[in-house]
Design a protein around this ligand. Structure first.
Ligand SMILES: NC(=O)c1ccc[n+]([C@@H]2O[C@H](COP(=O)([O-])OP(=O)(O)OC[C@H]3O[C@@H](n4cnc5c(N)ncnc54)[C@H](O)[C@@H]3O)[C@@H](O)[C@H]2O)c1
Length: 303
């Protein structure tokens, strides 16, 4: 779709990392920007920074796990600006380690933000966007869901995060097929970044108290956190670069958005095993990052 000046962008998780970068890119393109986040201070700070750059921006305190909160967000956007053209269902949190060590509360928290959060955004905004399309043949909209390369591959210690991101890929593909039945004014895209340096390794900062674990992390979970933090710190692309690639891809009507296409052979390797019915087998020697992850996790598990 053509992204026009004055178009409206709503970004969940817009107060930090990738979401903040989407806000900055949207502002650079003259869009009106809505930052929706559970973390009030970073949300306010981001809105102030966007306004200082001359953008029209507002912040709406939102918890994506709560459908009423997302509904209230869409009403505020409609009252203040109108029906959004770009909806970024981007808020997300991370948790890893051997999958049998994740607690029930880990599952509830990660799936609530990463899966229910996207579903709430899709369910709330898509009908309004389709309605806007019916009323105005010039209206264009796109629902952009942030998944991850972890939604396309599996590896040791990726745990619930990988499960949740696979769900976001499936949800987005289903949305794509369903929207195709409705014409071409409202589309969808799914973003699959690899490691980007953001604040995701401190996701626990927004974990609700009632979903806090009773015990601290296990050795294997700590090992996974350490290796993930290292990989995140070494991310080859900045959040700003991922945002630029994402907006360009939306402009070109691309569904799958791959900021790090050099990793696609790992996806093909996995899909080949699925298609041939052969057992999962990661080509570790070709992916030092995964090899290190496996080795560190194995060392922690054998201690
Ligand atoms: N950083 C990476 O390497 C990477 C790679 C692939 C995918 N992603 C995905 O990118 C998205 C953004 O993450 P990020 O890396 O920018 O991390 P981040 O921690 O910097 O930003 C995430 C934002 O989501 C917000 N958030 C958390 N829970 C929320 C809730 N319940 N309601 C509303 N907002 C909430 C946080 O306050 C924060 O502002 C996530 O979906 C993440 O899974 C990140």
């Amino acid at each position: 779709m053509n992204i026009e000046r004055n178009d409206i962008a709503v970004i969940t998780g817009g107060g930090s990392g990738l979401g903040k970068a989407f806000g900055e890119e949207a502002a650079r393109r003259g869009m009106r920007v809505v930052i929706a986040d559970i973390e009030k201070d970073s949300m306010k700070q981001t809105v102030e920074e966007l306004r200082e750059q001359g953008a029209t921006a507002i912040g709406v305190h939102t918890d994506v796990t709560d459908s009423a909160s997302v509904e209230a967000l869409s009403e505020t956007v409609a009252d203040r600006f109108g029906i959004p053209n770009l909806v970024f269902n981007n808020a997300g949190v991370a948790s890893g380690g051997p999958i049998w060590e994740s607690t029930e509360k880990d599952w509830k928290w990660v799936c609530a933000v990463n899966v229910d959060g996207v579903a709430n955004g899709v369910r709330t905004f898509t009908p309004r966007m389709l309605e806007a399309a019916k009323k105005d043949p010039r209206y264009k909209g796109c629902v952009v869901n942030t998944a991850s390369m972890a939604g396309l591959v599996t590896a040791p210690g990726m745990g619930i995060y990988s499960v949740s991101k696979h769900a976001v890929i499936a949800l987005s593909e289903c949305l794509y097929h369903d929207l195709e039945l409705m014409g071409d004014q409202v589309t969808t895209a799914v973003l699959c970044p690899s490691y980007v340096t953001t604040n995701i390794s401190q996701s626990y900062r927004n974990r609700p108290a009632d979903l806090a674990n009773d015990k601290g992390p296990t050795k294997a979970q700590l090992a996974t956190q350490a290796i993930s933090s290292k990989d995140l710190a070494n991310g080859s692309l900045s959040a700003a670069e991922v945002a630029r690639i994402t907006f360009e891809a939306i402009g070109n009507g691309r569904f799958y958005i791959y900021p790090s296409p050099e990793l696609l052979p790992i996806v093909k390797n996995r899909l080949d095993h699925i298609a041939h019915g052969t057992n999962p087998d990661i080509p570790y020697d070709e992916i030092p990052m995964f090899k290190e992850r496996r080795d560190q996790l194995q060392a922690a598990l054998s201690n």
